[in-house]
Design a protein around this ligand. Structure first.
Ligand SMILES: NC(=O)c1ccc[n+]([C@@H]2O[C@H](COP(=O)([O-])OP(=O)(O)OC[C@H]3O[C@@H](n4cnc5c(N)ncnc54)[C@H](OP(=O)(O)O)[C@@H]3O)[C@@H](O)[C@H]2O)c1
Length: 319
């Protein structure tokens, strides 16, 4: 099969399309003919081999990546099912996640049916970004209906979905994004939109029951100022891959003695949560925002654009 591969860590220039062996079907998994995939920061970090110190743990190779494959999210058609699989059959249209998804075939267990009202491209945007938004707001912040939530970084892959999921959970949503994305955030259902180039949300009078911090850029004392006394902060990431660990560490250290709940979490693939995303897609409560679609052969361009860090919603690769 054709797949996007890299033989060393590096920038977008190290990837190329090559023939590789098809993945083997697992007893409890399905083999999927991939139609579309989408880019995530996790793929970017995998490509670069960041963070370097954690390479042996996270990438399996200190000098070279253990796996030449790359990519995680996918949507496509089931080609074959493992002997223990009872809920899916060949020909089913599905989406999910598994390492090595920028390829013609992927073998995976975390797979659910794609709702008929969304395209493969749309379903391929759900995996990491959708699960991060869902788990961040629902599990880690225990968002209550009627609560006030601020999404800092509302215009990228995770942020566009977080705005919609917070709405679906019944919250009053304030979205923070750049000038060019204000209209998009309104269209996605945000009740209030703050342009970060004009307004610093940490200097306003409004208070929030929770802040979903996707873009970083603000210190713990600044964010604490605009949290309600019982308010919570969930740290998802930070703009600029290299800043991320520093930002998370600074917030965690700064908030050690605080009465506020401050959490960092890493999203996990599981079928029930993918099914929740499928249900939200089917009901129309979740509308994926796709900035641009690229062919697999244009993957270097897609990765370059993604690396600049100002994508509106998601970038999709069609396979
Ligand atoms: N914890 C987890 O499990 C998990 C999972 C997935 C992702 N993440 C992390 O979450 C972060 C976002 O991921 P993503 O996939 O959504 O990335 P993305 O698609 O590249 O989006 C990043 C967004 O941040 C916005 N931004 C940049 N500077 C900003 C600022 N100063 N204030 C507000 N927004 C700003 C950009 O929008 P503008 O163009 O409007 O500036 C961009 O759209 C990354 O750090 C990623 O590593 C964590």
């Amino acid at each position: 099969m054709k797949a996007l591969v890299r033989h060393r860590y590096g920038g977008p220039g190290v990837v190329q399309v090559e023939e590789v062996e098809r993945p083997t079907l697992e007893d409890d998994g399905v083999l999927v003919r991939v139609h579309a995939s989408s880019l995530n920061k996790a793929d970017w970090h995998d490509l670069r081999g960041w963070p370097r110190l954690l390479r042996p743990v996270t990438r399996g190779g200190v000098l070279r990546p253990k796996s030449v494959l790359i990519g995680t999210d996918f949507a496509g058609v089931v080609e074959a099912v493992g002997k223990d699989v009872t809920d899916l059959a060949p020909g089913d249209e599905v989406f999910g996640g598994r390492h090595g998804a920028f390829a013609e075939y992927v073998s995976a267990t975390n797979v659910v049916r794609k709702p008929p009202n969304v395209t493969f491209e749309e379903a391929a945007t759900m995996g990491i970004a959708g699960l991060t938004a869902l788990q961040g707001l629902r599990d880690h912040d225990r968002l209550q209906a009627g609560g006030c939530v601020l999404v800092n970084g509302a215009s990228g892959g995770v942020g566009t979905l977080a705005v919609q999921i917070a709405q679906a959970l019944g919250a009053h949503v304030t979205a923070v994004c750049s000038t060019r994305n204000v209209e998009q955030a309104r269209a996605l259902g945000a009740d209030r939109v703050l342009d970060y180039s004009r307004i610093d949300f940490t200097r306003e009078r409004e208070r929030y029951d929770l802040i979903a911090d996707i873009a970083g850029g603000h210190s713990w004392p600044a964010m604490r100022r605009v949290l309600e006394p019982e308010g919570r902060l969930v740290v998802v990431g930070a703009h600029g891959s290299r800043n991320q660990l520093r930002h998370i560490a600074a917030i965690k250290l700064g908030s050690l003695r605080s009465k506020h709940e401050v959490k960092f979490f890493v999203a996990k693939f599981n079928k029930p949560d993918l099914q929740t995303l499928a249900d939200l897609l089917e009901s129309g409560q979740l509308r994926p925002a796709i900035d641009r679609t690229y062919d697999l052969a244009e993957a270097q361009d897609a990765l370059r654009t993604f690396g600049e860090g100002h994508v509106r919603g998601k970038l999709v690769l069609t396979i």
